[in-house]
Design a protein around this ligand. Structure first.
Ligand code: PLP
Length: 382
């Protein structure tokens, strides 16, 4: 097991975020937890176990591999929905274990029906509608045919959900496009209605849509980034705070990423540090090496930019981020020694390195930064 660094996930912070979201959305709306991308880097298995303890019983994943990890951890105590890829030969596993899945093309509709028939068990499906993102989903004009098919195959398919996904609800610049998508989805719903077909639930909102466009909440919200204590964008945070008297971020970051000082070196003024010549010491310096680099998800674009916390002080990454190591300037820290805690994301004494500051430096989105954190790093619930 990798010992170079550790990810801690904060049970209390997650509980706080869930309480906030439940209050915001109300009791009638199902709060589902989106855990694709290794639970946004938090560690899928550890995260869903914690989420279940915090009363989350509904999860969305991208593929079968992720669904299997949750199913092994929590079994039939929770609902699992696959939004993306299911290989043909995994459909039987999904249907047998009542794992729900999106259907966004005729091919999968027919395949799922066939396998459900063989297994003599209904496939539980969510029909995804293409409303303007132009990625996946049935077009509005395909709906009559799909509706007739669903009626014909009632014995084999359970029409559990009707859904869509918005193309960038986190940015006000996309306002019109999202509004049009909302209208298109309504139309789809009405079309199914004319065939007397009603899904059990309708869902469309991700974090940003759920905050910015309350009408998208419907019966269930698919919440990723917010439950991890982060905002989809600053615009979303600002529009939320504008509706409140107290301008305080109600969310708490769930993730902490820590490592330790591996060794310390003195460097003379005029010497270069690390590969090449990207950093020259202007004074005599003291450098600490930390045993993690871009292979663990610490982006190379943090070279000469990244910040870490050591002994309660902020230290700058000097030189390029290597595959397995970074070097940081500890010249100003008298007592620094091998084995001292290094915080890459999180708090130390009064200081904090947020995911946002981290990703601003490296021009990555919150989402990308988190999901790039290597799976080999152990995750621990705190
Ligand atoms: C990732 C994803 C979500 C969750 O998005 P957040 O912005 O993290 O809340 C919801 N729906 C779909 C289809 C997704 O792919």
């Amino acid at each position: 097991m990798h010992k170079n660094s550790i990810i801690e996930i904060d049970h209390k912070a997650h509980k706080n975020n869930i309480a906030f979201l439940k209050k915001l959305f109300g009791k009638k709306i199902i709060l589902s937890s989106v855990v694709k991308g290794n639970a946004y880097g938090h560690g899928l298995k550890e995260f869903v176990i914690m989420a279940f303890e915090n009363a989350i019983t509904h999860f969305f994943v991208f593929d079968v591999e992720e669904a299997k990890i949750i199913f092994e951890a929590l079994g039939n105590k929770v609902t699992i929905v696959i939004m993306g890829f299911v290989a043909d030969d995994d459909l039987a596993w999904a249907i047998t274990n009542k794992i729900e899945f999106f259907v966004f093309e005729r091919y999968r509709l027919v395949k799922a029906t066939k396998i459900a028939k063989q297994l003599n068990q209904k496939g539980i499906i969510h029909i995804e509608i293409e409303t303007g993102m132009n990625r996946t989903g049935f077009k509005i004009n395909e709906i009559p045919k799909i509706a007739q098919y669903l009626i014909k195959e009632r014995q084999n398919l359970h029409f559990k959900g009707l859904c869509t996904h918005y193309a960038g609800a986190e940015s006000i610049a996309n306002y019109l496009r999202i509004k049009n998508q909302i209208t298109a989805f309504k139309k789809a719903e009405l079309l199914f209605d004319t065939f007397n077909l009603k899904p059990d639930i309708r869902h469309s909102a991700c974090s940003a849509a759920a905050i910015m466009f309350p009408e998208t909440r419907m019966d269930l919200v698919r919440i990723g980034i917010l439950q991890y204590g982060l905002w989809p964008s600053t615009e979303v945070l600002v529009s939320y705070l504008n509706t409140k008297k107290k301008k305080i971020d109600p969310l708490q970051r769930v993730i902490t990423w820590k490592s330790e000082v591996m060794s310390i070196q003195k460097v003379k003024s005029g010497e270069f540090i690390g590969y090449g010549t990207s950093f020259m010491a202007k004074n005599n310096m003291k450098i600490a090496t930390i045993p993690l680099g871009y292979s663990h998800g610490y982006s190379r674009s943090l070279s000469n930019h990244g910040r870490v916390l050591i002994n309660g002080q902020r230290c700058v990454v000097v030189g390029t981020v290597n595959m397995n190591m970074i070097t940081v300037d500890v010249s100003e820290i008298d007592l620094v020694k091998k084995g001292d805690e290094v915080v890459l994301i999180g708090n130390q004494n009064d200081l904090s390195i947020s995911v946002a500051s981290f990703s601003d430096f490296s021009n990555q989105l919150n989402y990308e930064l988190l999901t790039r954190i290597s799976k080999t790093i152990p995750r621990k619930i705190k």
